[in-house]
Design a protein around this ligand. Structure first.
Ligand SMILES: *Cc1c(COP(=O)(O)O)cnc(C)c1O
Length: 354
């Protein structure tokens, strides 16, 4: 009851992060997100192991990107940089824009033309970032920002920036702190592959703290943009899960290492499977996540069909972003369920079946 107030991931985990007392901490008090036991989901999927959901949508801008961004922006300020830039499917842009605003830095974001969810675009714009739409996909936008950083004194804050990974690894620390050990399996969506890399790094670095086990890292891509699974670059990636609509992951090799060294898997799930998991989470657990996040649970559902988990095992799924990020998908998936009536009690009684 009298624990010290949470002041963000840098304050909490400073000894394990690349910061010094000279680092000016730019924080919106990210991290410390809930790890929720999902009993109804467990039952629905016929899983005997305990299933926990790490609700990263509850970070300040609604996605896990804030964990990496607090560190990337703090280091940019420490290094005297005046502007930051990123390519983004949306959440990196929203997070960079918010933390840059807090730090008083200029922020430029490149987004794939027309393929960004409304919530993310609205955040990026209101925080005052310069939004540049690129007539192309995420991978092309990332190539462009990498090139411009060679030419201008601007800091790149995509997950190729190592501080992003360092910040994001703190989610694994929190999970181990909460469970008092690492889980047996960790399910996570894979886009640019920064997050799976970060969690694996975090679990390894925290191993000394608690029981000496590491989870199997279970990464999931969308069928229409699954370069790691297919072992080739996907030229025109496509999926309803726009946050993982990436055809050439920047941290491809690192993701493969996380998979292989943890004895895990990287597989893919279809948009239909993703949307089924998305509804299941909303309707059985009361958790509204964005479609990309549901890929982790779709992956768990897929694995549970062929594998028997046991009662003593623990599974964690990271739900990477909040459902409000992408209202169009939620409404599009639910429009059949809406009923319109005249303002009369008899009309209302007709539609209530209880
Ligand atoms: C960025 C993002 C991902 C993908 O993470 P990577 O680090 O690119 O693999 C998944 N879900 C959401 C909501 C994201 O914002």
């Amino acid at each position: 009851m009298f624990g010290k107030p949470w002041q963000g991931i840098i304050h909490e985990y400073a000894p394990l992060l690349p910061v010094s007392i000279k680092t000016p901490i730019v924080t919106l008090y990210e991290g410390n997100t809930p790890l929720v036991l999902a009993l109804r989901l467990q039952k629905e999927l016929g899983i005997r192991a305990r299933v926990y959901l790490k609700l990263e949508g509850l970070n300040p801008t609604g996605s896990f990107k804030d964990r990496g961004m607090t560190l990337a922006i703090s280091k940019a300020v420490e290094e005297g940089v005046k502007a930051v830039i990123c390519a983004s499917t949306g959440n990196t842009a929203a997070s960079a824009a918010a933390y840059a605003a807090k730090a008083g830095l200029e922020c430029i974001v490149l987004i794939p033309d027309g393929k960004i969810a409304k919530g993310k675009l609205s955040q990026t714009m209101i925080h005052g970032a310069k939004v540049v739409q690129v007539k192309g996909n995420f991978d092309q936008a990332l190539d462009l920002v990498r090139e411009v950083c060679e030419l201008k004194p601007i800091q790149l804050v995509n997950s190729v920036n190592p501080y992003r990974i360092e910040g994001q690894k703190t989610a694994a620390f929190e999970i181990v702190d909460a469970l008092e050990k690492a889980p047996d399996y960790h399910f996570i969506p894979v886009g640019n592959a920064g997050n799976i890399t970060a969690y694996w790094k975090g679990y390894k670095e925290y191993q000394f703290r608690k029981k000496n086990i590491l989870p199997r890292m279970m990464g999931f891509q969308a069928t229409g943009s699954a370069p790691i699974v297919r072992r080739r670059v996907v030229k025109n990636p496509d999926t309803i899960a726009t946050a993982i609509r990436i055809g050439n992951p920047a941290l491809w090799g690192e993701a493969e290492k996380a998979r292989d060294n943890s004895d895990g898997e990287i597989d893919m799930v279809s948009d239909r499977e993703i949307l089924t998991a998305y509804r299941l989470l909303a309707q059985k657990e009361g958790i509204f996540c964005e479609p990309a996040s549901a890929a982790a649970v779709a992956g768990l559902a897929k694995v549970a069909k062929r594998k028997r988990f046991t009662e003593d095992q623990i599974i964690v799924c990271t739900l990477t972003g909040h459902g409000l990020k992408d209202p169009d998908t939620a409404i599009g998936e639910s429009c059949d369920d809406s009923i319109t009536i005249k303002p009369e009690i008899n009309e209302l009684l007709k539609v209530i079946t209880i």
